[in-house]
Design a protein around this ligand. Sequence first.
Ligand code: GCB
Length: 604
Amino acid sequence: MKKNKMKMLRKIFFKKRIPAILFFFILLNNVNGQTAMINFQSRNLASLNGDWNVIIDPTGIGEWRQVWLEKKPQKKTDFFEYSFEGGPVLKVPGDFNSQMRELAYFEGTVWYKKQFHYTVKKDKRLFLYFGAVNYMADVFLNGEKIGSHEGGFTPFQFEITDKVKDGVNAVIVKVNNTRQENGLPGLGYDWFNYGGITRDVALIETGNTFIEDYYIQLKKGSLNTVLGRVQLNGREAEQKVEIKIPELNLLYKTRTNEQGVAKLEFSSNFERWSPENPKLYKIIIKSETDSVWDDIGFRSIEVQGDKVLLNGKPIFLKAVNIHEENPYKAARAYSKEDAALLLNAAKELGCNLVRLVHYPHSENMIKEAEKMGLMVWSELPVYQHIQFADSSVPSKMEGMLNEMIRRDKNRCGIIVWSLSNETYPSTTNRDKALVELTKKCKVLDSSRLIVHVTNSQRYANNTFEMADTLYKYSDLVSINEYIGWYIPWQGKPSDTKWKLAYPDKPVFISEFGGEALYGSNYGPADEAAYWTEGYQEKIYIDQLEMFNTIPNLSGVCPWLLFDYRSSGRMHPVYQKGYNRKGLLSERGDKKKAWYIIKKYFGKK
Ligand code: GCB
């Protein structure tokens, strides 16, 4: 946002004594599009998925040519050096890299265009919704810029009620997936940078006042009482609101206040959601002007001493790491079918938790996991190489946190908000930013575990020593360690010693493993450089022995389910652009280590 605009806003707000929090909220919306209304799938929507015309713009000159104006020759001497018509077409949702050979490793600008018909109606509002665009999106409607959004994995929207025309309209999106030094993630990360409009796009029509947001989950520490909230958006702020759960014959009535907010508190004898019984209830949220439905489950999750409790009982977290990639298609995953493929593989391994790394995955993935009885770990792309010293980074983190929690806070399957991964070394800027982020997360939702994942432990003389100050702000001591792969064993795994800085917290091994090419069984099994399945299998056997030495072990999470694309993995024989730490190859073949984990989870 321009400096003078900021000044003007500040003046208006502080003169009129509008609360600082509202100022901050509007600021966020201004910079970053609007935070999307939740549960878009149950709204009155028209999908804009399908074929979009594109212009590929490797040099970025489209900005100078003002592609969004779509100028057409008027005189015989006119010409314009771009056109959507006659050019390539890409599918939305979908990453662009996997759809066109020319875009296989592309990092830059692609302009997307879609036309739609609309009949303007009195007393209706219209929103243009994007499930996710990686990474920067500048959105234009009928030649006018309506806003921008930064961040590749969370939804955003623009209200276009006053901008949409009767008849044909054109949306143009400038998508740019260039890595940003001060982006989230930053310049360096170990997964494929799929660019494009990677999730659903829709027009959502609402009445003048609609249900923008709601929170319906069990109160922290309770197994029967729901503590929640409904938020309306629009001028008829004060309305009657009802929450209905037909299966339980439950009807709860309340009213929203002049801010359009109603608090909810009601109790029932809920059948609790768990991996064994993933029970969801159909819930109807109704105001006088709108109604939305959702499938919501009820469970409690907490840490008590060194244990993780689900519905009040200790649970061992049998997890696996998953990237949002369809391994068979070598493309960004987004659909229910993609989700089923990945989650069925996690189920077959015997998991009860999926760690969805390293960014918020699609809503389809989270909803399908919940239906299948898989607990979910959802993570922000606050990964290695984040520039915490850059003054824009903390507000970007908060924006993404806000968007992640807004979208998914009613998914009982989610038990962990993971706020960062491997942000070592500890600096004043890092610590300040992540402590603030933790506080902010607690304000938005304190009903789940909040975790920071670290790899800052020292391993010497066969002893692990934990020093990172972040553990203080994390409900789990969550450790990534690659002993046996990046770091050789320094003694017998079964003799490993632990010096935990927080011995009263549960320990979770959030990553471990090593690489193997499926079918590579020919080199010496005791040498890493041959990527053999046997070498990887041995790492797993040793790791399981070492796990027995960990005090307070509450779960483990192999890195990772499928081999996945990562351009920095350049070995021409064994890797070919793939991180080979999968228990399954990209074609779904089970490596030897898969059987080790299957057996371990079977016994736990
Ligand atoms: C890690 C990262 C993960 C990497 C993995 C690896 O510690 O968290 O994103 O891809 O190591 O394969 O080295």
